[in-house]
Design a protein around this ligand. Structure first.
Ligand code: ZN
Ligand code: ZN
Length: 380
């Protein structure tokens, strides 16, 4: 659920990319790149093994557009086949994944490992079905494990948290009903329960003959992770929805469990900017060749958005989250009824932690008339 909360563009992207009403479906294509795994300390091989990373792009009629699934290994007789992420759980997407794998000569039953960047349905949805067909090991960060596992108590807690936030954010009955029916009608995209194998920051995974180093990058989701690896020309990483080429991933609405989500996300973006990766492979769209620059651009975007939130409060006085969202984004539809106020809340919460605004009931008020927004973000 990476998304894009921008007023007009957001809805155009929603209908255009996600294909709801747009007639875009059932297309995928695959690309291949050669990678070296080896000559690093701890590599299981002798330094000459070549792993191949390939991409399958899956159509996505449920969330924000094409999803990238990366295919690792499977090239030698006894080499394991791994996937990074899995796409939404719909029959259509499963058929696309099957067709994409078949292009490389594989079936779903051949998959040995699935590594998930985070719990969102557009990344984890098909993991359960793949596991049922192949007995694959499904790896996910510990923070997202109970949701991917489909544990009832975890989902009950999540749904209770949703209701509490919708109330606190003062989402009016009309849009709240629309959002609830949107979420209910897409609940199936989350897929079947999964027997999960949790990992944590700093763990090293051997997937499809490649060594992946886990880098926890929370914000958009609590368990969101990147997986760094050696490529022929340097370090690269699979990053899910940490940084995307075009839109800025939603923060605040996409995973309600994240405490101080904007602060966490800012720290994650700094980590990406400092990682020295020469290229990253996101969960949507194409590879990003200047990831540090992209991370800094997203930081700039959030600094600017914080400025706008301060402007809203200084112009209109104390506001609840829904009102700030309306000033920022105007009218919202579908999933944006969650992501708009979620984003507004993440910024208000960031300002509250810094002592710049104070929460009184469900309203936020400026307490500082001379706000130095730059001081709330890392230096450029
Ligand atoms: Zn996503
Ligand atoms: Zn996501």
């Amino acid at each position: 659920m990476a998304a894009l909360v921008r007023p007009l563009v957001a809805r155009r992207a929603w209908t255009g990319e996600a294909g709801i009403g747009g007639g875009e479906n059932a297309h995928y294509h695959a690309t291949g790149t050669k990678y070296m795994t080896g000559d690093r300390p701890g590599s299981p091989d002798d330094g000459h093994e070549v792993a191949t990373v390939r991409r399958i792009q899956l159509g996505n009629t449920v969330f924000e557009g094409l999803n990238d699934v990366y295919v690792l290994g499977g090239t030698g007789a006894d080499e394991r086949l791994g996937l990074v992420d899995a796409g939404v759980s719909t029959q259509e997407t499963r058929a696309e994944l099957e067709a994409g794998l078949a292009e490389y000569g594989y079936a779903i039953a051949d998959v040995d490992d699935v590594v998930l960047t985070h719990w969102h349905a557009d990344h984890a949805g098909l993991a359960g079905e793949i596991q049922a067909a192949s007995d694959a090991t499904v790896h996910v960060h510990a923070a997202d494990a109970s949701l991917v596992a489909g544990e009832e108590t975890a989902w009950d807690r999540y749904h209770a948290l949703e209701e509490r936030r919708f109330e606190e954010w003062r989402i009016p009955d009309g849009p709240r009903g629309e959002l609830r029916s949107f979420l209910d009608s897409h609940a199936g995209a989350q897929g079947e329960p999964v027997d999960v194998t949790p990992f944590t920051d700093g763990d090293r995974l051997w997937i499809g003959g490649s060594v992946l180093d886990v880098v926890h990058l929370p914000g958009h989701a609590a368990g969101l992770c990147g997986f760094a690896f050696d490529a022929a020309e340097g370090r690269e990483a699979f990053v899910g929805d940490v940084v995307l080429p075009k839109y800025t991933p939603n923060v605040g609405g996409a995973d309600l469990r994240v405490d101080a989500p904007l602060q966490r996300y800012v720290e994650s973006l700094e980590r990406v900017a400092d990682a020295g990766w020469r290229r990253v492979w996101p969960g949507h769209r194409d590879a990003i060749d200047a990831p540090a620059e992209r991370a800094r651009t997203i930081l700039d975007h959030h600094r600017e958005r914080t400025r706008r939130v301060v402007d809203v409060l200084s112009t209109h006085g104390p506001c609840d989250v829904w009102t700030v969202s309306a000033h920022l984004f105007g009218g919202l539809e579908g999933i944006h009824i969650l992501h708009g106020p979620g984003e507004a809340w993440a910024h208000l919460d960031h300002l509250a932690h810094a002592g710049v605004v104070e929460r009184d009931g469900d309203a936020y008020a400026l307490v500082d008339t001379d706000v130095r927004v730059d001081s709330l973000f890392p230096a450029r």
